[in-house]
Write a protein that binds this ligand. Structure first.
Ligand SMILES: Nc1ncnc2c1ncn2[C@@H]1O[C@H](COP(=O)(O)OP(=O)(O)OP(=O)(O)O)[C@@H](O)[C@H]1O
Ligand SMILES: [Mg+2]
Length: 393
């Protein structure tokens, strides 16, 4: 029964989260049929279980009451013969009742135990899951005063269960004050690559060093304190706009929050809102647009003032003008940090200090725009597919 309930919950949650998609694809009937099926299964099981329970109760009561009759019947004969006291009979009756009631309870337990054990197994599945990313026993403290250096040394990585490696032979270095752009088709491994830096996954071979220390030899906290990441899919939390920006740095002053919003080109739309920085953002940020969400998550990374910025396709939902203004403002912000920008649009990467071209998890080109135009076929293809001939000339 618990398993069926689990299934029903799953269907219901999917239906609630995906309600817009379901409606727009006219799948309401299909979804309600799916819900009905799951619901019917639960109903059937519940009815069966309760039938058994319902027939068991009267049966148990019958046994209970017949035993009472039998005890009194045979007891009274013995009392009649003078072999027994009335008090002894009453005491016996009490004990017998207690034992029989306990048996009744045991039969109830037989119904509850399977339900509880199914639930317990589900809960334990979650509790028993340990993170494969562990802090090292001996944390290596950074000795050098380097800041914002990231180095990939022949890194290979594959997702658990995948046949092909998602990344192989990745080697490059980033320096503070430089922008490193990563460009490549969809599924070429760009997100995977940047997710390795905050150690969301461990590399299979090779190593990643931040300021000369292998990231597996640092504590996760100190590593992530150096990083400001803007994920590909912006995630905001319920709360005000300034709460959301302050998420990047709890100690940020109101001034700093305003400044970060300005650089991220978010101040315009925030000022346009009725409550400004105190405007509420609903669960999942559903009451603001995709581009606005993106700009807020950029501001959240900026307010952190990290050594390493990671922008995973963070400019995709911005129009060209905002995009250009944002990049200009960013340039001034990031003089002491290294920046990794994942991008689809060539216009976003043209002026980067180093462009890394990824194709199927491998680096197929590395250098500045002009160099790559001359000697990287894949890069040229990407450029030609986006810019018209005259623009290149
Ligand atoms: N969590 C995951 N588990 C298994 N495989 C994954 C996972 N995430 C991504 N992949 C696979 O790894 C490859 C690279 O994915 P990745 O997300 O890095 O691509 P991407 O370059 O960021 O693409 P996009 O431009 O669409 O964001 C893809 O082939 C994808 O199928
Ligand atoms: Mg991606």
């Amino acid at each position: 029964m618990q398993l069926k309930l689990d299934k029903l919950n799953l269907v219901l949650r999917e239906g609630l989260i995906g309600i817009r998609v379901i409606r727009s694809f006219n799948r309401t009937d299909y979804e309600s049929k799916r819900f009905n099926e799951a619901n019917q299964e639960l109903t059937n099981t519940a009815i069966r279980v309760n039938r058994i329970m319902a027939s068991m109760m009267p049966l148990m009561m019958l046994v209970l009451n017949f035993s009472t009759i039998a005890i009194i019947w045979f007891g009274s004969i013995r009392i009649d013969n003078g072999n027994m006291q009335v008090g002894a009979l009453m005491a016996f009756l009490q004990y017998a009742m207690q034992i029989l009631f306990s048996l009744l309870m045991v039969s109830m337990m037989f119904v509850m135990i399977p339900r509880a054990s199914v639930s317990a197994a589900r809960i334990n599945e979650v509790l028993d899951l340990t993170s494969s990313i562990k802090d090292p026993v001996y944390v290596i403290e950074q000795v050098s005063s380097q800041k914002g250096y990231v180095e990939f040394k022949d890194v290979a990585f594959s997702y658990p269960g995948a046949e092909e490696p998602a990344l192989a032979n990745i080697t490059f270095t980033t320096k503070p004050g430089e922008i490193t752009a990563i460009i490549g088709g969809t599924g070429s491994g760009k997100t995977t690559l940047v997710n390795l830096i905050p150690r969301f996954y461990d590399v299979d071979s090779g190593s990643i060093q931040v300021n000369g220390v292998d990231i597996r030899e640092m504590s996760q906290e100190s590593l992530r304190a150096k990083i400001g990441i803007v994920p590909q899919k912006s995630v905001l939390f319920t709360g005000t706009i300034s709460d959301n920006i302050r998420y990047g740095n709890e100690a940020a002053l109101d001034e700093e929050i305003k400044q970060a919003a300005q650089v991220a080109q978010a101040s315009e739309f925030i000022d346009g809102m009725k409550d400004g920085y105190d405007s509420m953002i609903s669960q999942g940020g559903t009451n603001i647009s995709g581009g606005q969400k993106q700009r807020l998550s950029i501001a959240r990374a900026l307010v952190r003032k990290p050594e390493i910025y990671i922008f995973d396709d963070s400019f995709s939902a911005l129009d060209y003008k905002t995009d250009a203004r944002l990049r200009d403002a960013l340039r001034k912000e990031i003089i002491n940090s290294s920046v990794l920008v994942v991008a689809q649009r060539v216009s976003n990467v043209r002026d980067a200090d180093q462009i890394i071209v990824l194709n199927q998890g491998r680096i197929v080109g590395k250098g500045k725009h002009q160099e790559l135009m001359e000697n990287c076929e894949v890069y040229r293809e990407i450029v030609f597919s986006q810019i018209s001939e005259e623009e290149i000339a």
